[in-house]
Design a protein around this ligand. Structure first.
Ligand SMILES: Cc1ncc(COP(=O)(O)O)c(C=O)c1O
Length: 417
């Protein structure tokens, strides 16, 4: 088992901006990583450097050549990081915009009368896009119910629901509300067993910070991430699409390159930050024992991240030192169950008799940043079936420490124990 020890944790934390302090609040523990992970210092520097560049891509001058080199390198880095053999990477306005664009083109480019299959676990970005574009393309949008008890969905559920006329399918890699992951490769296999040509699109936005992506293994056609949730910054999203999805009709300039999915001039700085992110995962992999190849280092980093996040969620649920964990606080209910192997660094909970908004406020006042999820258009799909109008989302990342969990538990024990 690869672990992040104290000495390495110190090095890890020193690479992230605002890790201990918020410029507005002062010292605080950051357990709001599912709302946007911390930003690498290297990303902050890169963004500053590129903000000064006036040159555009595609000109015959040294400034322009450098921009093209940087974009090409970022795409190559992402290709290796996510193990994408074919297809292409491109950036868009946000994760939501890219999911809409991929799903729109997938629906419009496949057979009328077919089915578009997704699940109730999904973020509204995919559910809404499928709902709208299946309707416009003359297809039927079918939602498979997720499992309320475990807060996830199994491949068996896709296997039962998929039909030979399923032309598009969507899969959520990890839920930002329950924190539970989905076995994407198994779901894709179940779909392809019945509908081999189905265009499969994955929302990987909540999963990306946990590392360990393998597009070749998943055998899907689209995978979208939001860089601000994986140590880069706000303002753009990244998509990978297969050659098959690339070749479907899509918005493009007349007489422009046919396989271009990029819309207009790109922000080279945003691409450059992706190389910073990939470089960070590689560095972390080296620190925890690495391996000979870059892919082996990425795998080592993912394993260490998983180990650290499991240490954190176990401490939070079961207790640490003399502090009782959430499972032993009588009024606390943990969404998705106490012992759930699908959990990725996140614990969502409610406190009986106390509105979640008050718990989040109390934690905030005591310097712990968490987030209120309401049963609204973002989280109602998960909370409504549980009869909840809200919950407290506590989302961690590998750079969080057990000491930070102790601070959180001390407040929870005192206030709600
Ligand atoms: C799983 C998931 N999908 C989609 C989104 C939307 O991403 P973006 O904010 O980049 O549009 C989020 C953001 O919270 C998310 O967690």
């Amino acid at each position: 088992m690869r672990e992040i020890d104290d000495a390495l944790m110190h090095k890890v934390r020193s690479q992230f901006a605002q890790i201990d302090e918020c410029p507005q609040q002062g010292p605080r523990v950051f357990f709001e990583n599912a709302g946007g992970a911390l930003t690498l210092n290297s990303v902050v520097q890169t963004s500053t450097d590129y903000a000064a560049v006036p040159d555009n891509q595609g000109r015959d001058n040294v400034g322009s050549h450098e921009l093209v080199r940087v974009i090409t390198k970022a795409k190559d880095d992402m290709r290796e990081f996510m193990n994408a053999k074919g297809g292409q990477f491109f950036v868009g306005e946000s994760g939501t915009e890219l999911l809409f664009r991929l799903i729109m083109n997938a629906c419009l480019g496949t057979a009328k009368g077919g089915k578009v299959l997704g699940s109730t676990l999904e973020h509204p970005a995919t559910r809404s896009a499928c709902d709208r574009w299946a309707g416009i393309a003359g297809q039927q949008h079918v939602l498979i119910e997720h499992d309320d008890a475990t807060g996830t969905i199994l491949a068996e559920a896709y296997a039962k629901a998929v039909t030979a006329d399923t032309v598009v399918a969507t899969i959520l890699h990890t839920s930002p509300v329950t924190g539970m992951s989905v076995d994407v490769a198994a779901c894709a296999r179940a779909i392809r067993a019945v509908s081999p040509e189905c265009v499969i699109i994955v929302d990987g936005i909540q999963h990306a910070a946990h590392g360990g992506m393998d597009l070749e293994h998943y055998d899907v056609d689209g995978y979208v991430i939001s860089p601000y949730k994986v140590f880069s910054r706000h303002g753009f999203g990244v998509a990978w699409i297969s050659d098959r999805l690339s070749s479907l009709p899509h918005n493009n300039l007349i007489n422009g390159p046919e396989d271009n999915w990029e819309m207009g001039t790109r922000d080279t700085g945003s691409y450059a930050t992706l190389s910073d992110v990939v470089g960070y995962f590689e560095w972390l992999g080296e620190q925890v024992g690495g391996g000979a190849t870059r892919r082996e280092k990425f795998a080592a980093a993912a394993e260490a991240i998983k180990t650290q996040e499991t240490i954190l969620t176990n401490a939070m649920i079961n207790g640490t030192g003399n502090l009782r964990g959430l499972k032993d606080l009588d009024n606390v209910i943990i969404i998705g169950g106490v012992d759930n192997p699908a959990r990725e660094g996140l614990v969502s909970m409610t406190v009986s008799g106390v509105p979640s908004v008050d718990v989040v406020k109390r934690l905030n006042n005591d310097g712990i940043r968490t987030h209120l999820r309401k049963a609204d258009h973002y989280s109602g799909n998960i909370l409504d079936p549980l009869g909840l109008d809200g919950c407290i989302r506590v989302s961690m990342c590998h750079y969080n420490s057990v000491q930070e969990v102790s601070k959180f538990l001390a407040i929870m024990n005192e206030a709600y124990g």
